[in-house]
Design a binder for this molecule. Sequence first.
Ligand code: BJW
Length: 234
Amino acid sequence: MNKFSNIVILTGAGISAESGIDTFRSEGGLWEQHRIEDVATPEAFQRNPDLVYKFYDVRREAIQKAQPNAAHISLGKLCREWHGDLTIITQNVDDLHERGGAVSQGNAYLIHMHGEHLSAWCMACGERHFWRENLAHRPPCPTCHKPNMLRPDIVWFGEMPYQLGEIDAALRRADLFVSIGTSGAVYPAGGYVRRAKADGIATLELNLEPSKGSHYFDEARYGPATQIVPKWVE
Ligand code: BJW
């Protein structure tokens, strides 16, 4: 690992699984309990906002009770100690990387490309707010005071993920790409390993089982994130 300078780490639901947060596509995962079309598209929100608000209110409560695990904590340590550039791109909407010590500071950068549970934005004025409360009771926007205008700060299917310019720049600088706990089923994140490989960047997969793009990785280590991530960071 020390032969590398600039690392990009992509994380997915698998890194938070052992903190008790459901993944999406595993057996019993979120997409077995809910149809994507009912809760995770802009059309679903237009059709039935109450259902979507409630879906996210329940999950926002769950993440606040969850604790970062050894994998989040070891990446937090890496953020503080790595000598080169380190960008953690998380597809996760929980805040367990932050609570595990990951920071955007100095050469370290944390990107939530699919949004954050603890944030809401106003469809009237565009303002973002740190948000812990339920949205189902339709609170007014703290900035423009309009009712019924706050929505979860989550990137739904068909919407543009966040900070794609910063992600592109980090991938261009990287000499190591590491994917942790993601199935690679959702784009554009699912395509980053292929791009890294084409650009000659070294690639490593840390996952419970091979992901969709597993054949693009130079190296893979399989097992629970709480075991394989700290071991890799050490
Ligand atoms: C463990 C573990 C343990 C378990 N230890 N590991 C056709 C082809 C290509 C693309 C498209 C297409 N049709 C539509 C698209 C685009 C679409 C897409 O990708 N669809 C696919 C379904 C095909 N993408 C979009 O719409 C995105 N926007 C977009 O593309 O904009 C246009 C654009 C154009 C040009 C450039 C760029 C963009 C937006 C995607 C939004 C994703 N949103 C979600 C839901 C958010 C809402 C919510 O949270 O409720 O984000 S979907 C869901 O999947 C969530 C996740 O972030 C994302 C990824 O899932 P993840 O993290 O990989 O979880 P799982 O469950 O799939 O996998 C868990 C993994 O962990 C597994 O591998 C396990 O083995 C492992 N694991 N336990 C280690 N203990």
